[in-house]
Design a protein around this ligand. Sequence first.
Ligand code: GTQ
Length: 350
Amino acid sequence: MASPPTVDPEVFYSKLPAFHVEPLWRARGLMRPAPGREAVGCVWRYDEVRRLLLESGDVVTAAEADRRVLMLLNPGLDGAAAATANLYAGLQLVLPGEVAPKHRHAAAAIRFIVEGDGAYTAVDGEKSVMRPGDLVLTPNWTWHDHGNESDGPMIWLDGLDIPLVNKLDVPFFESPGEDRQLLTRPDDASARHWAQGRLRPLWEGDWQRRYSPVVNYPWTVTERVLRDAAADTDGTPHDGVVFRYTNPVDGGHVLPTLGCAVQLLKAGFRGAAHRHTSAAVYHVVRGNGATIVDGARLTWGPGDTFAVPGWAVHEHAAGDEEAILFSFTDEPVLESLDLLRTAPADRQEA
Ligand code: GTQ
C-alpha cells in the first residue's frame, strides 16, 4: 500500500509553471495512439485553379511575385501553406517573356509540367526546357531560375518539403537579385548522360550528394516505359502499373525528402485499400477516376490535383478508360527515420 500524499497536489502543480516544468502524467495528447490526421483527402479542380492562376497573371508579374504560384491548401490544416502535414503543393504560372529570378533555399522542390511548351528551369548551371509530363528536380540549396521563351503560358505543379523544413526549423533562403544564373553545362546534359540507369557516366565523377544528379525526367521516356510495362502486367494490387522515379546513382528516391511516382491504372481498375504513414499529392495526367480517402469519394479528371494524407485509408479506381497519375510523397523521410508504417485495410463504401 502506497502511503497517502504528504504534499497537496494542487499546491505542487501551481508552483511548476514558474520553473518551466510540467508533469508528464498530466500531459494530454503527448503520446497519441495513432497519427492525428488533421489533413483531409481533398481535390483541387484544374479548370478552377487554372482560371484563377491565369487571372493572377494580370495581378503581378513573375518577377514581382518572385514565384507566381497559387498554393494548394488542405482545408483541414487551418490555413497552413500545406497540402498534407509535410508536403507543400502549388501551381505556378510563367508567361511568355517572363523570368522567375535566381534563388535557392533549403526546401527541395519537384516540378511536374502540366501545360505549355518551351519554358525552362535552370538548376546549378544546367538549363532544361520543360514539356508537359516532364519531372524536373531542384534539390535542396541548388540555384534555380525559371523563364518562358515560348509564346504561350506555362503552368506546372510545384511540390516542396516546406512544411517539414519549417517544422524542423532549418529554413534558409538566398536571393541575390539576379534574373538568371550562369550556365556551365550543355542544356539537358544530366538527362542525356544518366538516361540509362544501367550505364554510368564515369566523367561525372563520384556523385556524393544525396539527391539525384538528373534535372529532367522527360515524359517521352516515362510514357514509353509505362506503356510497355502495361502491355506485360497489371502491376500491383494497390497502385496498378506503378514506377518510382529513381536516383540513377543508387536506385533510391530522387530526393532525400521527396519521392515521386507515376502509375497507370488500366480501364476499370479497382485498387485494394491500404494506409501508410507517408502522405501523397497526386496529379492526374490523363483519364478519369476516383480515390476513396477515409470513406470520402474524391472524383478526379485530367489536370486535377488531390491529396491523400498520411495514415488515411485510400483506394484508387479508374473509369472506363485508362488513367495515369503522377504523385510525390514524404516517404523517403519516413523511411530513412524508420517511421514508415503500412497496413492493409478493408474496401471502403463511398
Ligand atoms: O519555383 O522556386 O511553389 O521557391 C514555392 C517556393 C516554387 C520555386 C514554389 C519556391 C518555388
